[in-house]
Structures are given as C-alpha cells and as structure tokens.
Write a protein that binds this ligand. Structure first.
Ligand SMILES: N[C@@H](CCC(=O)N[C@@H](CS)C(=O)NCC(=O)O)C(=O)O
Length: 193
C-alpha cells in the first residue's frame, strides 16, 4: 500500500507525477500549509523535517523527492523512468537530482538574483537536449516541478530560459503531468508567492 502525503504545487508534485507515470495504485493524502499540518506531531513522526513529500510504503515513511522518485523508478521498472543497465546514465540521473535538490531548489530562498542564476545554470546544463539524460527519466520530473513553481511565482520573461521553457512544454503534454495538475488544482493551491 502506497500513501502520498502531498501539498498541491509543492515539492510533492514530482512524486505525484511519478506515481501517475508508473500507474501505481496509491492513496493521496493532501496536506495543508494553511493549517500548518506539516508541523503536527503525527506528521513529524513520519518526517521530522516537517516537509512533504512523504511516501508511506506499507506504513514505512520515505522522505525527500529524489529518494521517492528513485524508489518508484526501481519498483516499477516497466515504466522506464531510469536508464536500465547503464551505470553512467543512472549516475547522471542522480547527478541531476542532486543538483536540483542542493542548488536549484534552495535558490529561491536566497533571493531573485540567486534563483535566476540557478535556473540559468539548469538551462545551460539541459542545453538543447529533449530530456535531461538521454531519454525521459525521473530527473525530468524533478526538473519540471521546480521550473513549474519558479516560472509560476517569478514569471520570468518568455525566452529567459529557452531550454527549460521547451522542456516544460514537452512535460505539459504528458498525460501523467496533466492528471497530476488536475488532481492538485482540484484540492486547491495554498502556495506562498
Ligand atoms: N529536500 C526536500 C524539500 C521538501 C520541501 O521543501 N518541502 C516543502 C514544500 S516545497 C515543505 O513541505 N514545507 C513545509 C513547510 O514549510 O511547512 C525534498 O526534496 O523533499
């Protein structure tokens, strides 16, 4: 049994998309920023950091976007979300997700210039490639969610990050992304600006 603790539009959007990509049955458990549910003792027992996402696997909590994406990709290999049998390509997926979690995600909290520099770096790193690492993978899901949030909040001028914008458009065509956006919008966004 899989349960996803998520807050619409937040970091948990990435594992939410991945769950739809792999087609796994799961229980969605919406969490509210407004009611500070992530600070409640029962949730802190699942993740002492007080953050979504958490994926409960038969009741055992797994936190951190990259770890949950990795778990889903490995548990459901038929979905092809990790390059199979290619150690170097798999390591590149880890490289992207480490970069996204350690450099890109925290950049918004460091001010607009830091965020712009981090997304410019991500844009250069992606370059003209269709997907982050050869073919579609969990790295693309992680990248997409961060740029979705940044572009929605900071509203950079069109053409500021041409490679990320093209990647975003490709992602928005995927049924798993469309389903996730619809499901999260139906719950309702409570995101700070
Ligand atoms: N490093 C974590 C970051 C998760 C994170 O920052 N979650 C935020 C939402 S985007 C959160 O739950 N914040 C709770 C709060 O601010 O109360 C990951 O990759 O999962």
């Amino acid at each position: 049994m899989l349960t996803l603790y998520f807050a619409p539009g937040s970091s948990s959007m990435a594992p939410h998309i991945a769950l739809h990509e792999v087609g796994a049955a799961f229980e969605p458990r919406p969490m509210s920023f407004a009611r500070a549910e992530m600070r409640e003792p029962w949730f802190l027992a699942l993740n002492p950091a007080g953050k979504v996402p958490v994926l409960a696997i038969d009741g055992r909590p797994l936190s951190e976007v990259a770890a949950i994406l990795y778990y889903l990709a490995r548990r459901f290999p038929e979905a092809g979300l990790l390059p199979a049998g290619d150690i170097e390509a798999e390591a590149k997926v880890v490289s992207w997700m480490s970069f996204l979690a350690s450099t890109v995600h925290p950049s918004r909290g460091k001010g607009p210039e830091a965020a712009k520099a981090a997304y410019a770096l991500a844009d250069r790193r992606l370059g003209a490639a269709t997907w982050a690492v050869g073919r579609y993978s969990i790295a693309d899901i992680h990248l997409f969610r961060l740029f979705w949030r940044y572009s929605g909040a900071a509203k950079p001028a069109r053409g500021s990050f041409p490679n990320l914008e093209a990647h975003y458009a490709r992602m928005m065509e995927r049924p798993a992304v469309i389903r996730t956006c619809a499901a999260e919008a139906a719950v309702g966004y409570e995101l700070p600006a």
